[in-house]
Design a protein around this ligand. Structure first.
Ligand code: PMP
Length: 356
């Protein structure tokens, strides 16, 4: 607290990211990073870009990346917006598209950054409860039941990993053509059908994705949005009133190469999906209940153990998982899918922790 703060600062509720430990040798399954390295082509492109041209500003709209993403996704470059991680793309979206008199609607169990953005940008919001099985019920968002200025949700959801089928996403979009619907697809490549296929038919749809998860590039900070040119123009207007160059030259070069290396992407995402199946089976073998996940993490609880205590005991054994002290989810652990070796270490530690 300081008397020099702008008035809004005291009322902010900053998001708390998972721990990024400095200590080597930890089994890090707490922030949903990809256990595999980025495409070697991406690393090489970043090396190549580290030259005298860094003297110059990058392309303000990262046009080469917009073009590569548009080609990959089958849309026009003018339908793509890129930013410094999808968190930045979301922040710009909150300001550009989600602030209205009527509240923004989102599920009560979802990405916990959304309320932080609302506090920062003065967006009124209303949380809509997911059902007992953690599912979003599309009917609860119908204008006849709730008047909302816009809707945002993560699909697959976080921290549950549950997927809302594309047909249900489309039903939500059709409920009210005057209302923007943002689908945060940070984890879609691990098991869902993207709503990008709907953007040409629904001018109220914005799909947000990231290279942090399925492209193993959390450290590069690249995210993007796809939607109608009218929505993208709103994001560009806010971006150009805030930071002309959110992506640097290295990020643009690395991201283009990663997007173009489709074979590597397919191989590593298949390995993560296989790992998720193996991790789910192993956890169920230890007595955990595991929510069916379409993401690169699982949401699990042991009926006989307190999740906060299990997380702390794992931490003492150098294994990091995520535990949220928040209503509804505090009985669960969120565990990122890792390599086979990381799973073995996790399971060995869990056997010790759960032993009577
Ligand atoms: N959306 C969801 C649902 C997430 O879990 C995350 C990762 N914390 C993000 C967006 C942001 O990811 P990034 O900024 O790395 O693109």
């Amino acid at each position: 607290m300081s008397r020099y703060w702008s008035p809004v600062v005291a009322s902010l509720k900053p998001y708390v990211p998972g721990e990024q430990p400095r200590a080597p040798g930890l089994v890090k399954l707490n922030t949903n990073e990809n256990p595999f390295p980025p495409s070697p082509r991406a690393i090489e492109a970043i090396r190549q870009a580290a030259d005298a041209a860094l003297r110059l500003y990058p392309d303000p709209s990262a046009e080469p990346l917009r073009a590569a993403l548009a080609e990959e996704l089958g849309v026009q470059p003018a339908q793509v917006f890129v930013g410094n991680g999808s968190d930045e793309v979301l922040a710009i979206t909150f300001q550009a598209l989600l602030r209205h008199d009527a509240p923004l609607l989102f599920p009560d169990v979802t990405y916990s950054f959304y309320p932080s953005f609302c506090a920062l940008y003065g967006v009124p919001f209303e949380e809509v409860p997911v059902d007992a099985g953690w599912h979003l019920r599309v009917d609860d968002y119908h204008p006849s039941r709730r008047s909302g200025g816009a809707v945002i949700f993560a699909n697959p959801n976080a921290p549950t990993g549950l997927l809302l089928p594309l047909g249900e996403v489309e039903r939500l979009l059709g409920q009210d053509a005057d209302r923007v619907v943002v689908v945060d697809e940070a984890y879609i490549d691990f098991g869902g059908e993207s709503a990008v296929s709907l953007v040409d038919r629904y001018p109220n749809l914005l799909v947000v994705q990231t290279l942090s998860k399925s492209r193993s590039l959390a450290g590069l900070r690249v995210g993007f949005a796809v939607g109608d040119v009218g929505l993208i123009e709103a994001l560009e207007r806010v971006k150009n009133s805030f930071n002309s160059y959110p992506l640097d030259r290295l990020s643009i070069a690395g991201a283009v190469a990663a997007v173009e290396d489709r074979a590597y992407f397919e191989r590593t995402r298949a390995a993560v999906i296989e790992g998720r199946v193996a991790l789910t089976d192993a956890l169920e073998g230890l007595g955990f209940e595991v929510v069916p996940s379409a993401a690169n993490f699982v949401f699990a609880r042991h009926p006989d153990h307190d999740s906060g205590e299990v997380a702390a005991a794992l931490r003492r054994r150098n294994v990091l998982v995520r535990h949220f002290r928040a209503p509804r989810v505090e009985r669960f652990l969120r565990i990122t899918v890792g390599t086979e070796a990381q799973h073995l270490a996790l399971l060995e530690a869990l056997r010790e922790v759960l032993a009577p």
